[in-house]
Design a protein around this ligand. Structure first.
Ligand code: ZN
Length: 339
């Protein structure tokens, strides 16, 4: 494999400076690192939850809109600063229950958050601008709840009281036994028994993952939280039959258990912290392959993107002044792969 350093850049984060080194693998795959995002300083906010909790009527009042309510519906003159058209026709309507609005004259429509963003003159397509508006709404309407900087798991704890309890990535209370470690799907691809055993891989011939290559997944505290299944025969991969499958949402004792890989980094628990350098890739075999070639500090995002929480985890692994090597796989994925 030929690795070429494409560029080196420095990012300043709350926890110190890290260099982000972009690697490229021949053939050259272009991807961009969005340095504009200071993920680590970013405030976590659950848009969906906030939208559900915000009372549209209260938000309208906040923007000095006089409410003309019939049932769940408010209608009136469009209050949006960018409204064009008649200033007196009641072209604006909002469903206060569902938290959505529409102006028949200027064509603006959206949800309560987008409404507030438009009132603030923000671009609703700009994620960061929308986030700022969301944070200020949260602070205004729910002042007693500090905005979490710890990430979605912490934020989930303050979720709606009436919502069914959702537990994200809980440790498993079982372990798959009898996996076939010397399966040709691994040895034929050149993985040594040492690598296979290091990562606990094996072919599963029973249960839900029967016929799949099984990959144990751990949280940063090294607890087993699930298994990914990998297709053994590459030929059968299609949109409806993807290369990997991950645990599905399930219900147990009245609680919803969900698995979210965007909150995990594959192999992160095996990295000795703080590391001078960590290689970040996007799929499992790259981690195994690099491990086998002496690169032990390798993690994978398990997807073609990198979430804010994953970026935070990456930064937490690397010593200040250390380096993060990004090594995405080819294809379109590379373009979206950047913390
Ligand atoms: Zn309008």
């Amino acid at each position: 494999m030929r690795l070429t350093v494409e560029s080196v850049s420095t990012v300043n984060r709350e926890m110190g400076t890290r260099s982000v080194v972009k690697l490229r693998v021949e053939p050259f795959v272009r991807f961009t690192l969005n340095q504009g995002h200071t993920v680590n300083n970013r405030v976590w906010i659950n848009f969906k939850e906030l939208r559900a909790r915000l009372k549209f009527e209260a938000v309208l009042r906040h923007y000095k809109v006089s409410i003309n309510r019939k049932g769940n519906q408010h209608t009136g003159v469009c209050p949006l600063p960018n409204h064009e058209g008649s200033g007196t026709a009641p072209s604006f309507s909002a469903n206060l229950e569902r938290g959505i609005f529409q102006c028949f004259s200027c064509g603006a429509k959206g949800n309560v958050l987008e409404f507030a963003a438009l009132m603030e003159g923000a671009d609703v397509k700009d994620g960061d601008a929308l986030r700022k508006v969301a944070v200020s709404l949260k602070e205004r309407f729910f002042p007693n709840e500090p905005v979490s900087r710890k990430g979605p798991q912490a934020a989930a704890k303050s979720a709606l009281p009436q919502a069914p309890a959702v537990i994200t990535n809980p440790p498993l209370d079982f372990e798959l036994k009898g996996l076939e470690a010397n399966h040709p799907s691994l040895s034929d691809r050149g993985f040594t028994p040492e690598t296979v055993s290091h990562f606990g891989l094996g072919f599963c011939s029973r249960g839900l993952l029967k016929g799949w290559l099984v990959i144990p997944l751990h949280d940063p505290e090294a607890r087993l939280v699930g298994y990914a299944g990998a297709v053994v025969d590459d030929g059968g991969i299609a949109e409806e039959n993807p290369r990997y499958r991950f645990p599905e949402k399930r219900e147990r004792n009245g609680k919803v258990i969900e698995f979210r890989r965007d909150l995990l980094l594959y192999n992160a628990h095996r990295i000795e912290k703080p590391a001078d350098a960590v290689i970040v890739t996007d799929d499992f075999p790259s981690v195994w392959w690099l491990h086998q070639h002496g690169f032990r500090n390798v993690v994978a995002t398990m997807d073609d993107g990198c979430s804010g929480e994953q970026a935070r985890l990456i930064v937490s692994l690397v010593a200040p002044g250390g380096r993060v090597w990004l090594l995405p796989q080819g294809g379109e994925a590379g373009g979206r792969f950047a913390p």
